[in-house]
Write a protein that binds this ligand. Structure first.
Ligand SMILES: NC(=O)c1ccc[n+]([C@@H]2O[C@H](COP(=O)([O-])OP(=O)(O)OC[C@H]3O[C@@H](n4cnc5c(N)ncnc54)[C@H](O)[C@@H]3O)[C@@H](O)[C@H]2O)c1
Length: 316
């Protein structure tokens, strides 16, 4: 694999930093733009071919300077789901206006673009009536879902008007090494591990019977790279998830077992405004059939690997 020159937005975040680790050997140059609002500078691998810009994805001058050199764009920067309900304007600005701005400038300046990967979300399914949920379903309830879904539409617009080689991946509850509680908005797996390893009660919002479809980070990076390397992915939207439902209460039990915190307890707090999804299972047959994506990590294997990483002090 030779990726030439690459732009990764959100490269200091959970998924971005793990993507960087995987692609460093295959890139001549990697430009990373991240404003460090939730990401950590320390998460970016130390490599001579990485050039970091602490900046916002809406910096037009910065983008205009970088994009003419770039072969691949990975657009991961985002404002998250939790924040979206308390600050709709910010969510709109970063996720929709930021995504649109990037697409507009990529179309204008990236004359040798081979792929634009956009990491969208299964939040566009809200509390779906169809399980496992396929790509052609949608139900928008929260600001984050609206801004991410609208940006998917602009990906489609630039594909149809300008043949921009876009691919949208809708990710589902990603967890694993790289996900840390330094980001206060991080996912439930990192929060449960932190509590269990500190021998503190695990906090569950709501009754704990709500389910999620948890996807291990390495499997997600595999999906991103398949979408980069296979031209069938151009112009497509793919779900990336396991199809397996796990309740939050069962996740808590599993993490307490893995961390040998078997006499641990959970405490319940009222559901938050974002906790509107009662069941989640994703139909990922399309990416499995078209791009030969495989799930290599069961939830137990992924949680074990995450625990080993945490025990090593979050080092490789
Ligand atoms: N983690 C998941 O479970 C999950 C699920 C579905 C979709 N996604 C998508 O995957 C992508 C990455 O998510 P993540 O979990 O790594 O999140 P993250 O919060 O860890 O990473 C996002 C990064 O974007 C940066 N950022 C935020 N606003 C910015 C701005 N205006 N300009 C530049 N950088 C900015 C943050 O500092 C952070 O480093 C996002 O697009 C998200 O919507 C993630």
């Amino acid at each position: 694999m030779n990726l030439g020159k690459v732009l990764v937005t959100g490269g200091a975040g959970f998924i971005g930093s793990q993507l960087l680790k995987r692609i460093v050997p295959y890139c001549e140059k990697i430009y990373v733009i991240d404003d460090l609002s939730t990401g950590q500078y320390s998460a970016i691998p130390k490599a001579n071919n990485i050039c970091f810009f602490k900046d916002c994805i809406t910096n037009v001058d910065l983008l205009a300077g970088l994009l003419p050199h770039v072969d691949y764009v990975f657009h991961l920067a985002c404002s998250n789901l939790l924040k979206s309900v308390s600050n709709l304007e910010h969510d709109f600005y970063v996720n929709l206006y930021g995504g649109f701005t990037l697409l507009r400038l990529v179309q204008k300046h990236c004359y040798k673009l081979k792929r634009f990967i956009y990491t969208s979300t299964v939040s566009v399914y809200s509390n779906a009536e169809i399980l496992p949920t396929p790509e052609d379903y949608y139900k928008i309830s929260l600001p984050y879902a609206a801004s991410k879904f609208a940006t998917e539409h602009y990906c489609a617009v630039y594909y149809h008007l300008s043949r921009l080689p876009v691919c949208v991946l809708r990710l589902s509850n990603v967890y694993g090494p790289g996900q840390t509680t330094e980001n206060p908005y991080c996912g439930v797996v990192a929060k449960f591990f932190e509590a269990a390893m500190a021998k503190k009660p695990l906090v569950i919002y709501g009754d704990g019977r709500q389910t999620r479809d948890f996807t291990y980070i390495d499997d997600v990076i595999d999906a991103i790279l398949l979408a980069v390397n296979d031209d069938k992915a151009i112009g497509q939207i793919y779900n990336v998830g396991t199809g397996i439902e796990t309740s939050i209460a069962d996740l808590a039990t599993k993490i307490m077992q893995i961390t040998s915190f078997t006499n641990g307890t959970v405490i319940h707090q009222p559901a938050r405004p974002v906790d509107i999804v009662y069941r989640r299972a994703i139909d990922a047959q399309k990416i499995q059939k078209e791009l030969s994506w495989k799930i290599n990590f069961s939830l137990t294997e992924g949680l074990q690997a995450t625990y080993q990483w945490l025990k090593r002090g979050k080092k490789e």
